[in-house]
Design a protein around this ligand. Structure first.
Ligand SMILES: NC(=O)c1ccc[n+]([C@@H]2O[C@H](COP(=O)([O-])OP(=O)(O)OC[C@H]3O[C@@H](n4cnc5c(N)ncnc54)[C@H](OP(=O)(O)O)[C@@H]3O)[C@@H](O)[C@H]2O)c1
Length: 244
């Protein structure tokens, strides 16, 4: 699909990967709704800023009622904590599932009719290589990302009839503040060549979307997906730490 002249909506565009999506979509000639729970933190000149909390049905419905010209939906916003499944805080485990799975689903259900009216368009869900490996110290997040991957595959079939392309972006480890904090918390430094920069990831994602790809993987995610043919394994960020 051609992004020039398209109208895109990005969730969680006040920071991290979402901010880069909004900026790069504008650069490619799309109109952009840059949404966030705290719209005052959005810094994307040229975008229309909307308040949007994907776990609040009223907020999701209000966005779908205003942004009626959307033909590209980027489901990026999500909680990335969650902790451990057995010993962690159940509220955090629910929050990570609520945003990644139910929040993404709420957005898709609200915007599917909008996309249909606008000719089909595309949905890009920001998944994670963690969907394909347990993550040491954040197993709840990995499980939520697995659920979001399944959701993406199901919705792709369900929306094919209305001509909506449903794609998944699968990053490995991205150099956002959230990722760096997680690494700091684990007491490690990740070498630059292990991380992909958020602007590079977003260019890869939008190139893939423009080419009509249904799954867009970076290098680490490609490795993790290949590993699915073997026994289940863990993604421990410490394995990627700088030697010495
Ligand atoms: N960084 C990585 O290494 C990596 C790897 C693979 C996949 N991903 C995925 O990439 C996406 C973005 O990650 P990131 O590293 O850019 O994370 P981030 O910097 O922590 O940003 C997360 C964004 O999601 C928003 N958000 C959280 N809960 C929300 C809600 N209920 N409604 C709307 N927005 C909400 C946050 O808003 P607030 O500022 O209000 O909290 C923030 O804007 C996530 O889906 C993540 O799972 C990241």
């Amino acid at each position: 699909m051609n992004l020039r002249g398209a109208t895109a909506l990005v969730t969680g565009s006040n920071r991290g990967i979402g901010h880069h999506f909004a900026v790069e979509l504008l650069r490619r000639g799309a109109r952009v709704y840059a949404t966030a729970r705290r719209p005052e933190l959005v810094d994307v000149p040229g975008a229309e800023v909307l308040r949007l909390d994907i776990t609040d049905q009223g907020s999701v419905d209000a966005a779908a009622a205003v942004a009626t010209d959307v033909d590209v939906l980027i489901n990026n916003g999500a909680a990335t904590g969650g902790g451990s499944l057995v010993s962690g805080d159940l509220e955090a485990i629910r929050r990570v599932m609520d945003t990644n799975y139910y929040g993404t689903l709420a957005m898709i259900r609200a915007f599917a009719p909008v996309l249909a009216r606008n000719g089909g368009g595309a949905i890009l869900n920001v998944l994670s290589g963690a969907a394909w490996a347990a993550v040491e110290g954040n197993s709840a997040y990995a499980a939520a990302k697995s659920a979001q991957w399944g959701l993406t595959n199901g919705v792709r079939l369900e929306l094919a009839g209305q001509g909506t392309l449903v794609a998944g972006l699968v990053p490995g480890m991205v150099a956002t503040e959230t990722m760096k904090e997680f690494a700091r918390g684990a007491g490690i430094t990740l070498p630059e060549d292990v991380l992909i920069q958020p602007d590079e990831l977003v260019r890869l994602a939008l190139d893939g979307l423009e080419a009509g790809d249904v799954e867009i993987l970076d290098r680490l995610a490609t490795e993790l997906k290949a590993g699915l043919t073997g026994p289940p394994r863990a993604l421990d960020v410490r394995d990627y730490a700088k030697a010495g």
